[in-house]
Design a protein around this ligand. Sequence first.
Ligand SMILES: [Zn+2]
Length: 234
Amino acid sequence: MKLSPCVTLRNPRVPRGNDLYNKPMIHEILPVGPLQCNCSIIGDETTHEAMVIDPGDEIEDILGIIRKHNLQVKQIVITHAHIDHVGGAMKLRAATGAPILLNQNDYALLKMLDVQATWIGVPPPEKVEIDRSVSTGELVTAGSLTAQILHTPGHTEGSICLYFPAEKKLIAGDTLFAGSIGRTDLPGGNMQKILRSLHDTVLTLPDETVVVPGHGELTTIGEERETNPFLVKR
Ligand SMILES: [Zn+2]
């Protein structure tokens, strides 16, 4: 079953309407592939420069959104090297000419895409070439939009989140979900590390930060701080 192209909010306590989609920023969320990875297409409404985060699959649909908003993709950012997040990156790079960014600690995992393909029963994708490694302290920009890279190891060694301070929005990859956190039982996963990343990095963000997880519904930092069973202090 194909879910609605836009992830909807389940919880009425998170921000509504324009608070969620800060006006000057184009942000479409398209769940792609059999595991419905949330692909974010984020664009500057004035310059139409854009970045695409986690183009796991369904590149034709992603390109349709890019055309609809007349966007020029400047960056392809991968939150971590799991096949459902990176599977369509080369196709998108070929179509847009934009570089692919991934933290170097996930390069080993990237070499295992054929193994990963067997985990979820999909054909192995073509080899993915990374143009640049990104880590904490670096900025990724598109037009006037700026994302701070946060290296948040735990789900994988090279997992990153993207924080847009002006829009108070976090693209969390598979580090944080609404009511849950990323699994750590796959190769490269580490429960202590993901908890450290969440407490020392992710939970330092403002409560009103809207979180776009790698799968499922949107949430906020405040909501997860208060109710996420993996994060609440006992
Ligand atoms: Zn993952």
